[in-house]
Design a protein around this ligand. Structure first.
Ligand code: ATP
Ligand code: MG
Ligand code: MG
Ligand code: MG
Length: 576
């Protein structure tokens, strides 16, 4: 490939809406181009990476015995009505009508369609197990599309679906996919963790997320450095022991504090360090959709001073609060939580609270809260109303770094991650809803046992860049780089010797199977090098008149600070 034939479009500045480094660099490197909120063109340079990601996934899925097919992006609503998801799924599901006013959906995932195929095609136990997969465009009308293609609305996913005779078979299929995912993420060259994830309504313990480790990740992972324990913090929260809880409207304890009623008094009373820096407490109630995603949050915000009189509570504003969120009045808070005017504070939490501007905590009743009344402190207050089951989704946590690991093998650490893959045992949830049965050896119909397995193909690009970049740009792992090597001739347009050598080396490398690009644009060295460092090609070969006189070229790995002189004849062996 020659640069003049290919399409290269780099930018000095990233657009203002690019919050994270991967989004900035992908835009600057000309890999993606925004078309609308959460909708991107995959430009030629980016598409090469996507294709390499897909190729690795395909190879490993095929190796694991999965069979590729392709299911439509536009799917009739009838199937989604059979499982109830057409109505139950929130606004993330994009519903459209055709010219006959018939309902369709743009697929966010394909359980319904694949189960429809299975119930028609897999009739006998002899045909099981079977695992179908495809790599297909998805659409999810995300509430907050962001981070470029890491949380797009249109994106590409590999989704696989296994069908088994029984639960034991499904567990084997699950393990097969789990192992395949490990091979896939190893080949991507990414630092990742497979963590236990919540199985929601299905139950059981067969759900794992593959999380690429990155500080900018939206997920938090709890793990034990001295054992195998690793879980999404949401699951860790779910299994954390519930705090003792008073009856609605009651407190666990009421202690007289004559003449005094300050935060400091309460803290002293409970033996907790009072953080003067804690100025505010944010509580929110979230409405969740079927998928467990937040569709609406109401934030109840109370600003309190570090050490204050109970009458000084103020309801205030948090700068940068997201659109659609609002602040409650004191009266609303009291009414909603059934609490008396008084202190609502960080009492009973193990760590100081932070202002939580994004997602917060729902299901307040698990809080062990403090409240004041003139001359009294209450602890363990139950706000007097039963809220839905708690979904703890942010930084107010039951599980904190330093807590003992549930397996008793050490203490917990927390790090952030990006969910790039998810394997999930479904049981008979879909086969039951859609009556997907096969005939067993005795000729009796049995429900198929299912599993589903997703990988965010396009999200992988963002995750890889978050993990691997420097001030100059992207550093692609070799296995998914857009090109393995770039030839940068200096003076291609004016030196016949350089041009001849570059053309010959280009042809030689192509013949040797190296995915190489020849930069024949005649750019100045500085600009040319900056482009390829930004784009992140792992190997650069510089050809110049001076070097060629000595029969050498300069070879430099993207991570290396300096080039090494290499005899022209040895280049092919070195960049392979
Ligand atoms: P998230 O928690 O990030 O919203 P999810 O749990 O909703 O993801 P799954 O339904 O498990 O996603 O889908 C499988 C994979 O698809 C995810 O692990 C992720 O890699 C990818 N994915 C999901 N949503 C998006 C998106 N909006 N943009 C890009 N990739 C996505
Ligand atoms: Mg989601
Ligand atoms: Mg998720
Ligand atoms: Mg998931």
């Amino acid at each position: 490939m020659k640069a003049s034939q290919f399409f290269i479009s780099t930018l000095k500045e990233a657009p203002a809406d690019a919050e994270v480094v991967s989004h900035q660099l992908m835009m600057r490197a000309g890999m993606i181009k925004r078309l609308g909120a959460g909708i991107y063109n995959y430009m030629p340079m980016g598409l090469r990476v996507i294709r390499k990601v897909e190729a690795i996934i395909r190879e490993e899925m095929n190796r694991a015995g999965a069979v590729e097919l392709l299911m439509p992006v536009v799917q009739p609503a009838e199937l989604w009505q059979e499982t109830g998801r057409f109505d139950k799924m929130g606004p993330e599901l994009l519903r459209v009508k055709d010219r006959h006013e018939r309902d369709f959906i743009i697929q966010p995932t394909s359980e319904e369609v694949v189960t429809d195929i299975a119930r028609q095609e897999l009739r006998s136990y002899r045909q099981l197990p079977k695992n179908f997969y495809h790599i297909q465009t998805k659409f999810r009308d995300e509430r907050r599309p962001r981070f470029g293609i890491m949380r797009g609305r249109e994106f590409t996913m590999k989704d696989a679906y296994s069908f088994d005779r029984d639960a034991a078979g499904a567990a084997v299929s699950y393990q097969g996919m789990f192992d395949a995912y490990k091979r896939i993420f190893d080949r991507f060259g990414l630092q990742y963790r497979a963590v236990a994830a919540d199985t929601g309504a299905i139950g059981g313990d067969l759900s794992h997320e593959f999380q690429v480790i990155a500080d900018t990740g939206e997920d938090a992972i709890v793990y034990c450095p001295t054992s195998d324990y690793a879980a999404n913090i949401e699951l860790a929260e779910a299994v954390a022991p519930a705090a003792p809880r008073a009856a609605p409207g009651q407190a666990l304890a009421k202690t007289p504090t004559p003449g005094k009623s300050t935060c400091a008094d309460v803290a002293t009373l409970l033996g907790l360090p009072l953080q003067q820096t804690v100025k505010s407490l944010v509580l929110a109630t979230d409405e969740l959709d079927e998928r467990g995603d937040i569709v609406k949050s109401t934030v109840w915000l109370l600003l309190v001073r570090g050490d204050h009189d109970m009458n000084e509570i103020k309801v205030g504003k948090l700068p940068g609060l997201k659109a659609g969120w609002r602040f409650a009045t004191v009266a609303e808070i009291e009414d909603h939580f059934g609490c008396k005017p008084g202190y609502l504070g960080p009492i009973g939490l193990k760590k100081p609270l932070q202002v939580i501007a994004d997602r917060t905590v729902a299901g307040m009743h698990d809080f062990v809260c403090g409240a004041n009344e003139a001359d009294f402190h209450f602890t363990g207050v139950n706000w007097g109303r039963d809220l839905p089951e708690p979904t703890l989704v942010a930084d107010i946590r039951n599980v904190l770094a330093g807590d003992p690991s549930p397996d008793g093998q050490g203490v917990l650490a927390i790090q952030r991650g990006i969910e790039v893959g998810h394997v999930f045992y479904l049981g008979t949830k879909y086969s039951q809803a859609m009556n997907a049965t096969y005939l067993d050896a005795n000729g009796k119909p049995q429900l198929m046992e299912m599993g589903c397995y997703g990988i965010g193909v396009t999200r992988i690009l963002g995750a890889a860049i978050e993990q691997s970049h420097d001030a100059r740009g992207i550093i692609w792992p070799a296995s998914i780089a857009p090109f393995a090597a770039v030839l940068c001739p200096i003076g291609y347009d004016r030196s016949p010797e350089v041009k001849a050598a570059a053309d010959a080396l280009h042809a030689e490398l192509l013949a040797a199977g190296v995915d190489v690009l020849l930069d024949d644009r005649g750019e100045r060295p500085g600009a040319m090098f900056a482009d390829w460092e930004l784009i992140g090609v792992p190997q650069r070969v510089v050809l110049s008149d001076r070097g060629l006189k000595a029969g050498t070229v300069e070879l430099q790995g993207r991570r290396e600070d300096a080039a090494s002189m290499v005899p022209l004849a040895e280049v092919a062996a070195l960049v392979k």
